[in-house]
Every structure is written in structure tokens, then in C-alpha cells.
Design a binder for this molecule. Sequence first.
Ligand code: 3EB
Length: 332
Amino acid sequence: MLRCEYTLPGRTPVDQPGRFVLGEVIYGLEDAAPLIRDEIPVLGSHMAADPSEVRTERWTVDQPIRGTGTDNGLVYSFTDDFLFCAGYIPEQGLFTEATREAYTAVFDLVERLGYPSIFRMWNLIGRINADNSEGLEVYRDFCRGRAQAFELYAAQGEDMPSATGIGSRGQGVAFYFLASRSAARVNIENARQIPAYNYPEQYGPKPPSFARATYLATGDQGLGTGALYISGTAGILGHETVHADDLDKQCRVALENIEYLISRRNLSGHGVPRGYELADVTQVKVYVRHREDMPAVRAACEEAFPNPMDIAYFNVDICRSDLLVEIEGVIA
Ligand code: 3EB
């Protein structure tokens, strides 16, 4: 199976017998264009405020790597079942077109290589709340290009996988994603929140293109065994940010959103015969807008996730300027 770990800087990527490294993302002190290093696709994004926050997110698999390559600015690696791919959209005055092109390259690649089922995407966006050269917020500009690419491929809302769209301390957009060849994939919504792809126009010319979570079947028992990839989740109910001025309450709503999202009640409504609790989440990433809020968020998350294998915190901006905290996770 596919597994993820957040390792500290400097650890070499060959320390687990029988496991192979599919890809690495350095949440580091600078942006680093995607490349293949020692046969491994590596992407770097300036996500850490200081050396203590640096983490390498390493995706490992129990199947041998069948190929590695570069295409159209993308770097990738694949096993029989899984594909990891990373890319970078350089800083520019307008992001719509470059984003549409980058996502078009993504959709072309997964079709060509035969991994049509993208189940998780990450977008680390520099200057996310700043204006582009036309006065449109960079995040909204990015969302427009991403939505246009999904439209070009006739993807409906239900086809959109789980994702993160979060600020970075760098420039441009570092992105990466995971796709599978044939595993059953179920995109999950959350009744507490309207689907992001249906957000009204007040949040930008095109809505964000993502599901609240994606369940990926991992065995031969249909949907009986699988992994759950939880999108970046914030204090949003319906489509509105709640408690814009209250960190503790907003953090609580984000956690409650995840709690409901992964519950049996919600998953069974999507045909997934499973139910989870926050204690089942093993990998967590937490994004906090204001540095001074980090201790409180840390305390809340350590209580909410009593036994995560890995939890990493980053002090970065969040896609809506009234969001103070965002949380994502994996149940594998
Ligand atoms: C939200 O719920 C919060 O644009 O890919 C969360 C996850 C958010 C993914 C994205 C944005 C994205 O709207 C923001």
C-alpha cells in the first residue's frame, strides 16, 4: 500500500526494507523546481518559517517502481498501481492561463500513462491572498485556471478529487498529486458544507475544484478496505467562514467538519461501508495563519488527534483571508 511519512531533514530515503520511495515533497526553506534526484521525483516549496518546521513528506509503496520520468515540466514516478507527479507554475502577473495549461498537462499525462484516477492533489500557492496584475486575488486567479482545465476534460463536480490549496512563503504554485491505475475511488462531500465546486461567485469567478475527501479502495473486497484522504478543511459551514475573529472556535469547527466527514453516517451515504474517528487519522498537516496562534492550535490538535503517526504545523496564509487555520489528514 501507499504510505506517507513526514521525515525530518537529512534522513536518507532508503531506510525501510521492502518499501520503495515514490516521491518526496520538501516543505522547506525555499522553493525548488521539481526534478528527479536519485531516481525519485522531488518537489520543494517554501513552507517552513524556520529550520524547526522543515519536513520532507515521503510517499512510499510496497511495490517496485516501474518507471520515472519528466514530461511537460512535470516529474513523475509510478508502480503498477500508483503514480506520483509534481510540477511548478512560476510566479506571473496572471495565473489563469498557466494554471489551465499545467492542469491540462496533468490530465494528459495521467491519460497517457494509464493512471486515470487522480485521488489527491496539493497546491502550495505563493502570495495566495495578494492581488494579481489585474487586481484579482492570486487564489481566485488560480481557481479559475484549474476550473477551466477540469471543464476542458468535461469533469463534473463528482469527478474532482480531494485537494489542498494553501499559501506558501515562496512564489508561484508548487503542485503534486497521486493517481491510481484501477482502484475504485469515491469522492466524498460533507453535508455541513456545500461542495466547494458549487461555491457562489462571491468567492471568485470560478469555484475551487475539489472534493472534501477521497476514499480509495485498497483490497479486493470492493470498498470494504481502503484509505481515506481528507482535504484541507477549515472553519466553513455551508459556504461561509464562521468565527472569523475567534481562533479557538474556528479551529473547533474545522475539527468537527473532519469528524463528521469521516463518520460512518457520512461515508455510508456515499456507499463506503466504513466509519472513522479523529483518533484513526495517522497523518495530519495543520496550517496556521498567525504565528502567535500556533501554540493554541497545537494544543487543540494534539487533543483531537490522540495518536497520529505524524503531525506537522506550518505558519502560512490560507486561501480566504478570514480563515485562521486549516487541517488535512490521511487515514491509511
Ligand atoms: C475550503 O473549504 C477551504 O482550493 O484546492 C481547502 C481544500 C480549501 C482545498 C483548494 C481549498 C482547496 O474552501 C480551502
